[in-house]
Design a protein around this ligand. Structure first.
Ligand SMILES: O=P(O)(O)OC[C@H]1O[C@H](OP(=O)(O)OP(=O)(O)O)[C@H](O)[C@@H]1O
Ligand SMILES: NC(=O)CC[C@H](N)C(=O)O
Ligand SMILES: [Mg+2]
Length: 551
């Protein structure tokens, strides 16, 4: 679930867009820890720095910003869902034809094979990586080229987008920079992935306005932007140098169904997404979960609970509300190591496992001799819950009850969160009792899907247009539908990649990710690194290009 941004400074002489973009990426780091990148433009020339790692590492604590002059630009934080973790798939992507186009994508496409064939055979564009985002950029670039203009106007920018909506199936929110011209943002026709825009007065040119787009409102508010407006499903916004933004409904919206996973896990609590406060939605989930627990477990078991403990960090908000609703003491019984990041979005299972203990440690006296209720936002592979329950038992708790703010996760997430092969999900083929046994809890309670949806809807402000939520991970029904054989295709890609990694001896658990190469690309397109690729899941092999015969 990547983070994307775009900025246009109102002062045409300004050169500091990269400084603000860099700053904003710190507020979105939780959306992707694998790679980061910034691309800016000055006088029509494109400058770019990207690589594997956190923003601070890639930008060398800001030292690289000196090489990034410009008054407009885009940024990206990557959490891979397609292709590999290779640095050649770090974003933004750049293509020189037409006009110098750069793109940052949050999302995932489900018809990549078809797009690859189209780009190879019909559009005759070379694709240099396994990333689905590179495909999306090239579909747009091809469509813009087909207009046959040597200079584009804002109308052309929107017209060319129609092909993206026609051809690309899946979920996407994108920011684009057209070198020296302006910034563009657009969102899929169901509004699955988020994007918003805001403005602030220019600090250096009186009367001028800066415009900024980002995945989450927190990045805007922290940088002094206000008048925040969500881009609607199927809508685009273009901000040309020196002009006010133009909003355009490119295609008819199919629905307004944001991904519910943003609210339960992904987004920061200080974000308001599509008119719904993430913080309030999590509080409501806690309240709903308390009610469900009473229904499922009965008063006796609830009365015996001595303490409610969140599994930091995302569940803190829900757990506090749940404790208040049950009238039970709340304790921060786990200490979160502030130097360890999100474990779920780490790229392999060995790292995830190791990270849980490194990240969370129990305060023994908060558990000893007590009936403990542990609350987490989600139970996906069960990596966290198994370790945590074990730790609480080591602290001599009397009883361990586990409660999840999400319903059972039984299906793949196909729109930008790399959940796992369904067979790796804790709930795969198991009843609730069997899952409780698997994580060694005495009882396990899940929030219902209706409860979770209601919790989010009840947190909506009066202007929110959200109609429903994308909940395919819980139901197996996805708002866009998927091409026939897609799940089997994903599964065989995963297996192939795993076999490849094992054969190369690279699948060892807990391998140090810092051995990956990082490069600084300035004013250039995607570059293939020679570094090891040992991500254990999806890799899409570029058969089309490989088999191309020029004779
Ligand atoms: O069942 P699992 O496969 O372990 O996945 C679920 C866990 O992963 C996430 O935590 P994470 O450490 O990523 O982030 P957080 O600090 O925001 O809670 C999530 O909040 C759950 O705790
Ligand atoms: N999490 C995301 O939004 C991923 C974007 C894109 N599919 C990639 O793998 O790079
Ligand atoms: Mg967590």
């Amino acid at each position: 679930m990547c983070g994307i941004v775009a900025l246009l400074l109102g002062d045409p002489k300004a050169t500091t867009a990269a400084i603000d973009i860099h700053e904003s990426l710190y507020y979105l780091q939780h959306r992707g820890q694998d790679a980061a990148g910034i691309t800016v433009s000055q006088g029509g020339r494109v400058y770019q720095a990207k690589g594997n790692g956190l923003v601070s590492k890639v930008m060398n604590d800001g030292a690289r910003l000196q090489q990034l002059p410009g008054n407009l630009g885009i940024g990206h934080l990557r959490y891979p869902t397609a292709g590999t973790s290779s640095v050649s798939e770090a974003q933004p992507f750049y293509v020189n034809t037409p006009f110098g186009l750069c793109m940052s994508v949050n999302g995932n496409l489900v018809n990549t094979e078809e797009l690859r064939r189209f780009l190879d055979v019909e559009a005759r564009r070379h694709i240099n990586s396994d990333s689905d985002s590179e495909l999306l950029l090239n579909v747009y670039a091809h469509s813009l080229t087909e207009l046959g203009k040597s200079r584009a106007n804002s109308e052309d920018i929107f017209t060319a987008l129609r092909a993206v909506y026609d051809k690309c199936q899946g979920a996407f929110a994108c920011t684009v920079m057209i070198a020296g011209f302006g910034i563009l943002g657009f969102r899929d026709a169901n509004g699955i992935r988020p994007l918003c825009i805001g403005s602030r007065p220019s600090a250096t040119l009186e009367g001028a306005t800066d415009y900024f787009m980002a995945s989450e409102s927190v990045a805007l508010t922290q940088l002094g932007f206000s008048n925040i407006r969500n881009i609607k499903p199927g809508e685009a916004v273009f901000v040309q140098k020196g002009c006010a933004p133009i909003f355009r409904q490119v295609v008819t919206p199919r629905s307004y169904s944001p991904d519910i996973f943003e609210y339960v896990y992904f987004a920061r609590p200080d974000t308001v997404m599509d008119g719904i406060s993430v913080y309030r939605s999590r509080q409501n989930m806690g309240i709903e979960l308390a009610k469900t627990m009473r229904e499922v477990l009965g008063d006796k078991i609830i009365d015996e609970i001595d303490v409610v403990v969140p599994v930091p960090e995302t569940s803190n908000t829900s757990a506090a509300a749940l404790a208040a609703q049950l009238n039970k003491p709340y304790s921060n019984g786990f200490v979160k190591n502030r130097y360890v990041f999100r474990t779920f979005i780490l790229p392999n299972q060995g790292l995830r496992k190791k990270s849980v203990r490194r990240k969370l440690s129990p305060i023994e006296c908060e558990f000893e001799g007590r009936n403990v209720l542990l609350v987490d936002d989600s139970l996906v592979r069960g990596t966290t819950s198994r370790e945590i329950v074990q730790m609480v038992r080591e602290c001599k708790a009397k009883k361990v009850i586990f409660a999840s703010c999400s319903p059972k996760i039984t299906n793949q997430h196909i729109y930008g969160i790399d959940l796992a092969d369904p067979a790796e999900l804790a709930a795969h083929g198991r009843t609730t009792e069997e899952i409780a046994k698997h994580i060694q809890a005495d009882h396990l309670v899940y929030l219902t899907l209706e409860g979770m949806k209601a919790a989010c809807m009840d947190a909506a402000d009066k202007d929110s247009l959200v109609e429903d939520f994308e909940v395919g991970v819980f139901t197996g029904k996805y708002v866009t539908g998927v091409p026939e054989g897609y799940h089997e295709h994903l599964s065989s890609l995963r297996k192939g990649k795993k076999r490849q990694a094992e054969a190369a001896g690279l699948a060892s658990e807990g391998r140090d990710e810092s051995t990956r190469n990082a490069v600084l690309v300035t004013n250039s397109g995607p570059v293939n690194d020679a570094g090891p690729e040992y991500r254990e899941d999806i890799s899409i092999h570029n058969f089309a290009t490989e088999n191309r015969n020029h004779e």
